[in-house]
Design a protein around this ligand. Structure first.
Ligand SMILES: [Zn+2]
Ligand SMILES: [Zn+2]
Length: 170
């Protein structure tokens, strides 16, 4: 989506809203297997004392595959956007600034770039994912597998703790 900035580029205090649906095919990277809802970016470009800033939010309902156990799960993403825009950008000096090309910017391209820069390389279905048993391949999140040695004293302690009945609260 091309956003023409001519109306606000010379007017401090002026702003211009945008709302765009992004192409999911561009954003299916890393652990992301698909999108339940297409990613959307909405917000505004604001002229603050002559400097342009793109502000807003990118939201997406994704399906991801866990890096540890391989389970496919849903994840909601909300990424705040706060991107300075400038007509003169020398890449090395300010890598975070997006260039204004001619009289405007491609909002979709900016949002997609922010999404890709923010994407995690490793995604877990939950923080404490136990992963798969290296011996039998069973998902350890579903419980212990047959490979678990019954004689392991640490596990004996654990199972005793688990078996302790909870005291009824009064
Ligand atoms: Zn997992
Ligand atoms: Zn096992």
């Amino acid at each position: 989506m091309w956003l023409d900035l001519r109306k606000i580029i010379e007017t401090p205090g002026a702003s211009l809203g945008f709302a765009v649906t992004l192409d999911p095919e561009h954003l299916r990277i890393g652990a992301i297997t698909g999108f339940k809802r297409p990613p959307e970016a909405r917000g505004e470009v604001v002229n603050t004392a002559g400097l342009l800033n793109l502000r807003g939010e990118l939201t997406a309902g994704m399906t991801c595959v866990c890096d540890r156990c391989g389970t496919v799960f849903d994840r909601e993403k909300v990424l705040p956007l706060d991107v300075p825009l400038a007509a003169d950008v020398s890449d090395e000096a300010s890598p975070d600034v997006f260039p204004i090309e001619g009289d405007g910017v491609d909002v979709s391209e900016i949002a997609e770039t922010c999404f890709i820069l923010d994407a995690e390389t490793k995604v877990l279905c939950r923080e404490d994912c136990k992963g798969l048993c290296p011996t039998c391949g069973k998902n350890r999140n579903d419980g212990p597998c047959a490979c678990t040695k019954p004689g392991d004293p640490r596990l004996a302690v654990l199972s005793r703790l688990l078996e302790t009945p909870e005291k009824p609260t009064e």
